[in-house]
Design a protein around this ligand. Structure first.
Ligand code: 13P
Length: 248
């Protein structure tokens, strides 16, 4: 089963539109690799300039969030149609920062996943445990619960379009990466869970990324694991290191 690797940057709340254009100019020459799907997930206001800047390259663009309705009185939100019309094709859903700071729960995230799929956006669905959960030994149970709830009612055909990002919360922005064995254990458990919900063929088709302090020095080791098909990169996606991760 060959799954195309997907390396995505999550810029989070960094880069103004003009800084975004400059960063694209820095990164474009570093990330040319046809064997890898390269994605820049950027703040909503940066989507248009980034789409423009990466035109003609191998880079896809994604949003960091979307709302579950198509249009209407939802001040401050952006819809799937807006994201698509701006030229982006991916959307991050359920990042732990949104779960924590914006109180997004699995029921709501499930609606976001369905909306993204309905509209033709590729959801990058995040899951991950806290340090407390890891220490209590409930990591796998927790991740299984997240995956099952977030994909509730999603068909096997649609699930194949989803990218799952395993991001242990304790490894995000902390410089403390999961070991490749820890990351592989959870990514394998996610695939087993997908095989249970759907079937092995579907589980084998779904790409699973690791995220959490991934950088130029640990990427190759993490990406050498059989169930890790890519990375979702925060801090290191804002600098030249991102190119090294793409080519790791
Ligand atoms: P860092 O790579 O900065 O740890 O962030 C990971 C992340 O949250 C990507 O979504």
């Amino acid at each position: 089963m060959s799954r195309k690797r997907i390396i995505a940057g999550n810029w989070k709340m960094n880069k103004t539109p003009s800084e975004a254009k400059a960063l694209c100019e820095t990164l474009i020459p570093l990330v040319g690799n046809d064997d890898v799907e390269v994605v820049f997930c950027v703040p909503a206001i940066d989507i248009v300039p980034v789409v423009e800047a990466v035109k003609g390259t191998n880079i896809g663009v994604g949003a960091e969030n979307l709302y579950i309705e198509d249009s209407g009185a939802y001040t401050g939100e952006i819809s799937a149609d807006m994201i698509l019309d701006a030229g982006a094709k991916y959307v991050i859903i359920g990042h732990s920062e949104r779960r924590e700071y914006f109180k997004e729960d699995d029921e709501f995230l499930n609606k976001k996943v369905k909306k993204a799929i309905e509209k033709g956006l590729v959801p990058i669905l995040c899951c991950g445990e806290s340090l407390e959960q890891r220490e209590k030994g409930v990591t796998i149970d927790w991740i299984r619960l997240q995956i099952k709830s977030d994909l509730d009612g999603v068909s096997a055909a649609d699930a194949k379009k989803v990218v799952i990002a395993y991001e242990p919360i304790w490894a995000i922005g902390t410089g403390k990466t999961a070991t490749s064995d820890q990351a592989e254990e959870v990514c394998a458990a996610i695939r087993a869970c997908l095989a249970e919900i759907y079937d092995q063929e579907t589980a084998d088709a779904i790409r699973i990324q690791y995220g959490g302090s991934m950088n130029a020095s640990n990427a190759a080791e993490l990406l050498s694991k059989p169930n890790i098909d890519g990375g979702l990169i925060g801090g290191a996606s804002l600098k030249a290191d991102f190119g090294q991760i793409v080519n790791a």
